[in-house]
Design a binder for this molecule. Structure first.
Ligand SMILES: [Zn+2]
Length: 46
């Protein structure tokens, strides 16, 4: 599963939200996003 916001993989155990998109893309009706994206946290890590 890939987070639609930060475009990173959501690991098992991490909390995420699923949003059903009512659009014309039939292939991806569901958008998955972290509840707390890692990239949004300020961490000095490389
Ligand atoms: Zn994310």
């Amino acid at each position: 599963m890939i987070c639609a916001r930060c475009d990173k993989a959501i690991r098992p155990g991490e909390k995420y939200d699923t949003t059903v998109v009512h659009g014309n893309s039939v292939g991806q009706p569901t958008v998955i996003r972290h509840r707390d994206c890692p990239s949004r946290r300020r961490r000095a890590r490389r």
